[in-house]
Structures are given as structure tokens and as C-alpha cells.
Ligand binder design. Sequence first.
Ligand code: MSP
Length: 522
Amino acid sequence: MSSAENKSFYLTTPIYYVNDAPHIGHAYTTVAGDVLTRWHRQRGESVWFLTGTDEHGQKVMNTAAQNGVSPQDWCDRLVEAEWKPNWSHLNIANDDFIRTTEPRHMVRVQAFMQDLKDKGFIYSGKYEGPYCIGCEEFKLPGDLIEGSCRIHSRPVEMVSEENWFFKLSEFVPALIERYRSNPGACEPESARNEVLAFLEGGVSDLSISRSTFDWGIPVPWDTNQVIYVWFDALLNYATAVGLMDDPNSQGGKKFANTWPADVHLVGKDILRFHAVIWPAMLMAAGLDVPRKVFAHGWLLVGGEKMSKSKLTGIAPKDITDHFGVDAFRYYFLRAIPFGTDGSFSWEDMSARYTSELANDFGNLASRLTAMIEKYCGGVIPAVSDGAGLVEYLEKTVPAADAAICALDFQGGINAIMDFCKRVNGYVTEQEPWVLAKDPANKAALDAVLYNTAESIRALAVLLHSVMPATTEILWASLGADVTLGPIGEQTIAKVAEWGQLPAGSKVTKGAVLFPRLEEKAL
Ligand code: MSP
């Protein structure tokens, strides 16, 4: 199947289990996806960004029972009261939100499964072995430590059931070949090596149905069984964009313009599902496999994966109440190389907030608007030549673009913040407050202020995907929303073009972008 020429850049997050409210580990993945898709939009690309919730399976069913409500009521409640509000709080601009209990998903999952059965990739058999409800995964002996799941540190349950099986093992040679010949298909390198080692170690067929509970999508030809929750969940990436629809229908056209996904963002704990089972399912159906699965690391607390089940979960609001939403979005991508584990520390976050956001970026902006108000009557002075800042900016933009497109968020943010430091250095060297003392220096003063304002214009555009709300405030205070149009429509390709802020446009002293933490804590 060939991709349409006008195909969108399609990025997905995992769909989250609704057994509990979101914590910062979930937010980490979704914010990364939001930053990357906003960046691609600013590159002028058509983009589709999907997130959602994983609602079937034993884990969600058990939680609902413990709370004395039906699984569907529980899911509805958590999605509406916790998950969706959390994403809007964090300013996530997803294009769609899929829930696996929606009919649009369930009918397509059944059609897909029937198709695989018709093609001869599904057979009936008996599964006997350990199962971790926390992972919703059939475990291998190596996944356990003294009978407990390595990830959840909880005993597994022994399952013995007649199930339907998917011929996963048939696709192992093709998967090995794919990851050997196409390193970009699974990143970072450590993740690809792990997947290759797993595949080379031999993979058995997969049980894809369960018969001992009923919270799931019925197997179309055997309604006493429900479809295994991961088989159901992985399909969300394709059902949400019209999988199995007639090519001439709206769904079919959407599918042609979207599939295959360009990036599936996942945490490293769910890499195997995405890099082994999922592409095998697609290969069996004769569909394109995703272009890239990228596995990021874990946020650690006390050296262990932060999780609600271990009572180490931190809600995003615990952090945003103190630091604000944009500092939250900035911090994790700036502090932790994407693909590596990182420890969350309140002290480190406070230190970076103060030095990088409040001092380097926020102060630069407030000094500039204050000086334009004081020395230039609140309007942008005559366009000036850039005094070396242009060349720096011209190097910054491609460096940031290459890094962010390669999911090296830290590298991209660093490149942008280095430019910010350079602009601060320029202001310090030029001492506009000294120039202002003598009217004979008016032209020199205007040049310094124009160059600084233009640099801040570029910084606002470059940091917009990471900190959308703050950069919008800054944009408005430069009068750029009136003179240049909405910030989200400013393209990366044009950002280094010098002289965009027109002379004479009105600048207003905006609110402090990153208030001092003591003041915020009040
Ligand atoms: N429902 C499955 C995914 C199905 S996708 C077809 C699931 N859900 S989850 O809610 O348990 O986890 C979702 C994502 O959150 C995973 O990518 C996981 O790695 C991520 N995180 C959960 N805890 C995390 C940290 N402590 N740190 C970083 N990310 C972590 O798995």
C-alpha cells in the first residue's frame, strides 16, 4: 500500500489506562508529543496528533469493581473528570482523542481480527502461564523475579485458558530484517538493540483472547471470549484514522492521508508491544508498519520508575501549581535526554526555573519592553542590521530544527537557549542604559533595542512549541500579534529572516513571564 503524497505527519502517544488519574510520567510522553507536533506544524506541515485512553482489560475492570461502579461508568468518569481536563490544563493540542470503548474503535477492531482469521493467522490453542495484570501481559520466565513482575513488583497470576492465538512467530524474520536494515524504525539505539535481542532469542505465538472475564471487545466469531487488551489497544492508532474503511469513504481517505504513523512515542516499558507485536499484526494484514517507534526513559523517584501503584505518583498539578504549566513543559524535556531515565527533583527544577526561565529568558523580555517604553515611547525603533546576532540565529535555527525533528528535545532547547544567552550577553556588552544617558547616542541605543527586540521575536517563535502560553503573552507584548499575525502561524523556515518587527509598532510592558518562586508560592 503506498502512502498518499499529501500525507500528514502522524504522531501518537500511548493510550493510557484509566485505572487511575494521570501522573507526571504520563504527562512526560504527551507533552513530548505535543511539542514535536507543534514544531512540525510550525514547519508548515500537515499534522495529526492522537492521544486517548485504554479502557478494557482486567486492570480497569478490577479498579471499577473496587470502586463499586460498572467499568463503563468508571471509564466515563475518569476520562471526563481527570484525563481530558489534565490534557487541556497542560495545553495539549491533540487533534483527536480515542477511547477504546467507542463504537468507532470496537467495530474496526473486530473487522481487523476477522480479517486476520480469514487470512489464516489466527488459530485456537491453550495458554498456560503467568500473567501480570499491572502490565496486562503474558509473562516469560525471564520477566519475573521470585514469581513477581519486574516492573510492578507484584505476584503474577497463573492463567490456564483455551484462547485464540496469533501467529506472531511467523513475522520474526521480517521484523529482524526491518530493524537491521532500517535503524530509524526503532530508536534510540539501546531500544533497537533490546528489540533485536528479544527477536533473536525466539518469540512464541501470542494469545489474543481471554475467556475468564468479559470486559473487552468480543471475538467476532466466538463471543464467549474477549479480545486481549493489548491487541485491542494497539489497534487504536489505526482505528482512529479509519482502518478497514472503504477507500472511497471519509474514513478510508483519512487512512490514506495518515497511515503509516510517523512516530509512535512510547515509554521503554511498552516497547516490545509496539516494536514486535504491533508491526507483526500490521504485516499480517498487509498494511504498512509505522515509520518509527521511539522509546523514552522513565521518570524515577527514589531510583525507581515513578508509579501510582507504588505510591510514588506525582500529579502534574502538584508541579504546575508551583511552577506554572509552561515551566513544567520545559523542564522535563530540557533536563532529561529523551530516551534516558531521569530523576525528578524539586531542587533541580527550582534551580533551572530561576536561572534559565526567570533570569535568562523572562528578564531579557521584561528588560527589553521596559527600556522600549522608557527610551522609545513604547514603540519599536527603526529596523537595524542585527550586529552579529543574525549570524548566530541563522546557525541556531537549523541546529534546533534538526535536533527536535530527531526527538533530541534537550539538544533543540539548548540550541535555542544558547541564542538567548548570546542575546543577554549582547545587551550586557552594549549597556543601553548607559547609551540612554546621552541623546547623541540615540541611533546606537535604537539599534541595540531593535536588535534585542528582533532576537526576542525569534526566541518567542522558537520556544512556542515548548511554552505556548508564555510565548503568546510575549508575542502580544511585542505587538507582533497585530503586525505579524498569530504566533502559531510563524514558520521555522522564516524565523531567521531579520527585520520582521516593523518600526513604530506598539510594545506593551507585559506581565512578568516567570514570577519569582517565593512570590508564586504565596
Ligand atoms: N495502556 C498501555 C498503553 C497502550 S498503547 C497502545 C499503558 N498505559 S499506561 O498508562 O500504563 O502507561 C502509558 C505510558 O506512560 C507508557 O508509555 C509508560 O511508559 C508511561 N509512563 C508511566 N510511568 C512512567 C514514568 N514513571 N516515567 C515515564 N513514563 C512512564 O501502558
